[in-house]
Write a protein that binds this ligand. Structure first.
Ligand code: DAH
Length: 346
């Protein structure tokens, strides 16, 4: 057995020292596995010493057995310790590379912006809901009766002429694109219990030009109150309130006598504010009046017991003067850059 080394303490110590150095030098768990094979596996110096035990005389077996056993124990412990170190370092490296900054602002795809007309409509609605009013709705494709007849506009009223109203084919069906939100007045009086406090915002259509101050489709908000003891003072107070809510405490309203078939007396009303572009001035904002007794009667309401007021305001005009929009076409063209300026980017 000349190729088998003699067991000597120095030889064993050298094998242990080699093994410990290799364990310490292993750069990662794969390298450690190789070092382990070389220093602990079959064919390693320590394995060879172990095999040599067979040839050790009986009386020295205990001594050499202890020597080799301790050597193997130290090497085992060194590899185990190094393995833990490397595994911990690898976990730490992986955690670091997968680190997520939960405080980072996520990049969001912007899908658009809410339209300022919708925002204005909601804002106005909120003011009335805040006073306990209800929001009412009616169809944009309306029956002529609701749009005109029920509102006391007779057959030969100029607003019924083709140049103002979009009539829908076939004409015998008597359907029109509603020219005003006022038909919701009659619908509400027929549908609801008294007293009535409603606001009806929505789109209307007229055969108007598409220019800086006209749109063929625009937005109104119709107000209607029917209750006992309602006077024009309630109407004036309501208009002043909405004007101040939208434009600030210095806003004022005034009425100018006018004619609308569904109100008597009727007025146009104007809005004043010290900081309108172009200086403190009056701008026309809508129509209003006391609900015509004929309209109340058509809805089956006794005008001797109940009275009411109504008004219609232009939402585009409110937006023009509140946000200084110069050209109404910007509100209709759908360019998201216009909407984004109003801050409700989604
Ligand atoms: N509907 C009218 C228009 O579009 C505005 C209006 C006037 C509404 C008087 C009213 C009112 O409720 O009482 O020109």
């Amino acid at each position: 057995m000349s190729d088998v080394p003699e067991i000597t303490p120095q030889g064993v110590e050298a094998a242990v020292a080699d093994a410990l150095a290799a364990a310490a030098a292993a750069p990662d768990t794969a390298g450690l596995k190789k070092a382990r094979a070389a220093h602990q596996g079959e064919g390693s110096p320590l394995a060879a010493y172990n095999a040599q035990m067979r040839h050790v005389p009986k009386e020295r077996k205990a001594e050499f057995g202890k020597l080799i056993g301790q050597a193997r124990g130290r090497v085992n412990a060194a590899f185990a310790t190094r393995e833990e170190e490397l595994a911990a370092a690898e976990v730490a490296r992986r955690l670091e590379s997968e680190r997520v900054d939960i405080t980072a602002v996520a990049s969001r795809t912007r899908t658009g912006a809410r339209h300022p007309i919708n925002l204005m409509q909601e804002h106005i609605s909120d003011v009335f809901v805040g006073m306990g009013w209800e929001i009412a709705e009616g169809p944009e494709l309306e029956h002529e009766w609701f749009n005109f007849d029920a509102l006391n506009l007779d057959e030969d009223h100029p607003a019924r002429q083709l140049q103002d109203t979009f009539f829908v084919d076939p004409v015998e069906r008597h359907l029109v694109m509603r020219t005003q939100t006022s038909p919701v007045q009659m619908r509400s009086m027929l549908d609801r219990e008294l007293p009535i406090y409603i606001l009806a915002p929505g789109k209307v259509a007229r055969t108007d030009e598409f220019d800086a101050t006209h749109l063929p489709v625009f937005t109104q908000a119709e107000g209607l109150v029917v209750d006992k003891g309602i006077t024009m003072a309630h109407l004036k107070g309501t208009l002043d309130h909405i004007a101040r809510q939208l434009f600030g405490a210095e806003a004022e309203t005034r009425m100018r006598v006018n004619y609308f078939p569904f109100t008597e007396p009727s007025a146009e009303f104007d809005l004043w504010h010290p900081t309108f572009t172009g200086g403190a001035r009056w701008i026309e904002w809508g129509g209003c009046g006391m609900v015509n007794p004929n309209v109340l009667r058509a809805a089956g309401i006794d005008p001797e017991v109940y009275s009411g007021f109504a008004f219609g305001i232009g939402i585009e005009r409110a937006l023009m003067f509140r946000s200084d929009v110069q050209d109404m076409r910007d509100m209709a063209e759908g360019d998201v850059r216009f909407s984004e300026q109003f801050g409700m980017v989604v």
